[in-house]
Design a protein around this ligand. Structure first.
Ligand code: SIN
Length: 297
């Protein structure tokens, strides 16, 4: 079967038609991976509701399964094979997963690569997921700001989100919620492109700067990465599947559908320790430049 890849915006996102994700051959998966690397988030409609095994099998084509800190450290695990995260918001929910701009589990020392979400139950209207290209966000910065960020690292922590927001308690003796230092600008190991790597959910501070400067810089970066110029928005249909690249995009799940329900399952795939992008050493490979969003002053 021939796959049809239709971009959502010139900057990021594409819908892929003509694939049955329960029955892919290697050539089809290679095309999907190519589109995923180019567009940073890809969407599939008209899929069957995947069984847990089918969902794991598709995810494993991208790499090894990542196990969420909820499952590693707390009693919040759904039972069954580790690596499956239930997403379920009801009229009684006090918090909805992903309802702030973030890159999944960026507080891990080796944060996830791909996330694969299928929604089985969607509200009559609303519950869209927004994605923002961190390639475009970096490319749109001034040369002076790029120089300023060169070589900086930031501290990412899961404490605020997991303990305070989601109220999950650690049950493993002596364990703590993950935290890690990552480059503020990372080099994507597949595309070779530079991407900003900070997000409001997990990034706490910038290392090697006085506290006030770090806070002002982070405030600027949080607003910058969330600009609509860098975004696409996916309107779900039942059993649609989104596959996003946490190394290249942030995402935000809109919780605008209360008291309706929204339900599905997500599996993430292990990534590598983020590699810094260095201005004087790294170059984007030819043909991989992507679209640059022009911001007016
Ligand atoms: C998430 O993985 O952060 C949730 C995304 C969504 O529910 O749309």
């Amino acid at each position: 079967m021939v796959l049809a890849v239709t971009p959502l915006t010139p900057t990021l996102g594409a819908e892929i038609a003509g694939a049955d994700l329960t029955d892919l051959d290697d050539r089809q998966f290679a095309e999907i991976f190519e589109a995923f690397t180019e567009h940073a988030v890809v969407f599939f409609r008209d899929q069957p509701e995947l069984t847990a095994e089918q969902h794991f099998a598709f995810a494993e084509r991208f790499g090894q399964i990542h196990v969420h800190p909820f499952e590693r450290l707390s009693d919040r695990n759904g039972g069954g094979r580790p690596g499956m995260l239930g997403i379920h918001t009801t009229a009684d929910s006090t918090v909805a997963a992903g309802n702030r701009w973030h890159s999944d589990v960026s507080c891990d020392s080796e944060p996830p690569h791909a996330s694969i979400l299928q929604l089985h139950l969607i509200p009559p209207v609303g519950g869209d997921t927004l994605f923002a290209s961190m390639y475009a966000a970096y490319d749109a910065l001034s040369d002076r700001m790029k120089r300023m960020l060169d070589g900086l690292t930031a501290r990412h922590s899961g404490e605020e989100s997991y303990r305070r927001l989601f109220k999950v308690a650690i049950t493993e003796a002596g364990a703590a919620w993950p935290e890690a230092d990552h480059p503020v600008v990372r080099r994507h190991v597949d595309s070779g492109r530079p991407a900003l790597y900070v997000n409001r959910e997990f990034t706490e501070s910038i290392n090697d700067l006085p506290k006030e400067e770090a806070k002002a810089l982070l405030d600027f970066l949080f607003h910058h990465v969330e600009r609509p110029d860098f975004q696409c928005r996916f309107r779900w249909s039942p059993n649609a599947i989104a596959v996003w690249d946490n190394r290249a995009v942030l995402h935000h799940a809109m919780w605008d559908y209360w008291p309706n329900q929204r339900k599905g399952r997500r599996i993430t795939v292990k990534g590598e320790r983020p590699v810094p992008w260095r201005l004087d050493e790294d170059r984007v490979p030819q043909g991989r430049e992507g679209n640059t969003v022009r911001l007016t002053a």
